[in-house]
Design a protein around this ligand. Sequence first.
Ligand code: IVH
Length: 677
Amino acid sequence: MIDKNIKEEIEKLVRELNYHCYRYYVLDSPVISDEEYDRMYFHLKELEDKYHYVLPDSPTQRVGAPPLDKFEKVKHSEPMLSLDNAFSYEDLIEFDRRAKRLLKSEKDIEYTVEPKYDGLAIELTYVDGLLSTASTRGDGYEGEDVTQNIKTIKSVPLKIMDVPHIPEIIDIRGEVYMDIADFELLNKEREKKGEQLFANPRNAAAGSVRQLDPNITATRKLHLACYGIGSVKGVDFNSQSEFMEWLKSARFPVPAFFNKATGIKTVINTIKEMEDKRHSLPFETDGAVVKINSFKLQKELGIKTREPRWAIAYKFPAHQGITKIIDIQGSVGRTGVITPFAIFEPVKIGGVTVSRSTLHNWDEMERKDIRIGDTVVVERAGDVIPHVIAVIKDKRTGKEKPFPIPSHCPVCGSKVVREEGEVAVRCIGLNCPAQVQEKIIHFASRGALDIEGLGEKNVELFYSKGLVHNFVDIFKLKKEDLLKLPRFAEKSAQNLINAIEKAKHTTLARFLYALGILHVGEYASKLLAKNFHNLEDLFHVKTERILKIKQIGEKIAESVSEFFNDPKNIQTLNELKSLGLVITNPDFEGIESVKKPLSGLTFVITGTLPKPRNEVEELIEQLGGHAASSVSKNTSYLIAGKEPGSKLQKAQSLGIKIISYDEFLGIIDSHQKKSKK
Ligand code: IVH
């Protein structure tokens, strides 16, 4: 039995951590420092591990779920509807007129006005106050179970709090979205990792939620805004505004603004105010959602096929411009990914001159059927980088040329491949100058070896002069070589040599990141450093070995293994070391506990064993197990020696496995063999 005091301590920690999480992620006004939060979190984790007492709403339950093979289907108890659009104030006035006509009333209607979030609609089902399922909208009737992924979003409450009555069941709907700045950072990071870019924050949010590995979702900065209700049992609401108030007090994140407006004229004024504010918002919004406030009136109006007659989405006119695509070209990144981009006749859109934009990938380009010579609509939505939203087909003359996937790299002429099931198109040229230069730039970049002065321009210069063609060459650079170049004088040359010298002392995490292994970003590099003592431990590593790191999935594991099994790479690494590179690993945690033979097992000892009891207990702990003093349903094994005590009966009554000391040694042995395989 777990001590009452411990139980209470765990419960208190969960309560407090959840409150601080809410202050931080929902209210955006933390009252304790991050360090204090972490300290409490790790203390809770320790207690949970030790006493096997884990509450369903414990913050530790947000992370660490294993990747799925596929998503299960979930039926929505009430269909998730879509919205009709209004493109002008006139459309809104017409919407109001129709509602009044159907309600047979002349009276001004009370509406609510909320921003329209551009993300992914999600339904959260709470049973007896606890989050039980989170699902995507899917076709409106049936979506996918993304519970583990949604749990990683810190603003999603795991438990309904602070309301007088906890409903037996409630479906809460909202939008998962990503802030513009986080979307751009994510794309930058993906570009560095050689992954295809997301076209907009919505795709990034959707891609992050529809991810089989929740550990990846956990690294994405996602937010939630709740705005709707599905089926509910045990609490009554009269109106949208009442429901929103309830959501707020129950700690749910709600839209950035929420206004009541009586009469359609007031609605229009509210929308105008919103439009002024929209560009100062951190997220993208392309309109406002107008809903009739009263649930009674909503019911009366009902649904027209898939859209309610009581709500409409007003779309803001976007900053758009029309221009012509002069050319489409491919740019080659560090990992060989070729990204198509368009060059425009320069056009001013919302005060900014736009002359080029990425076309993201060939799937996007083909879907929109974008060709060289096309007249296109370019949009700058919010602060997002401009993008082509549509081709004006009427303007086609017949001379437009598609830009098919090149068969050869535009920079080095090597073959181009597209891996099955991948959007990315890659140049496979080992010595492709574009790739090599990008690799070197990445190697020297801030999060990597941080060599000041070895940026894009100098890498290009050194490359073209034949001075630096790979990582090794960097460390062979001499001051005399630099002084021969137009851009360098005594001081600047010495500075660069010093920076290179300094970079020779680095950490394993930085170094792994610097190598630019496909799919391995800063986060994965850190995980590898936590688990592998030194660089040599990674040489010839097998995929399965890396997969033992919980947060690493197959794609990364395979890529790392492939890298460290390539003799040429090993040779390069050895050369770097012989040039004086010193790699320390302060991140190493040796969390080999995942692989420790007794991890996850709890043992209790009774009677006299051939060895002193404390020695056996120490051995258990050393091998990753837990030695408890009393039997409970969480006990994995009772080790029974001579003259066992009352624990034996207790274990028998609970159906716990009872073993001898020799059998215990056998367990260690068999687990050790298993983990060596
Ligand atoms: S209400 C019938 N409110 O827009 C009610 N939806 O185009 C339907 N959306 O599927 C949802 N912000 O994914 C509502 N404040 C908001 C919204 C919103 C974004 C999304 C939602 C919906 C889609 C319809």
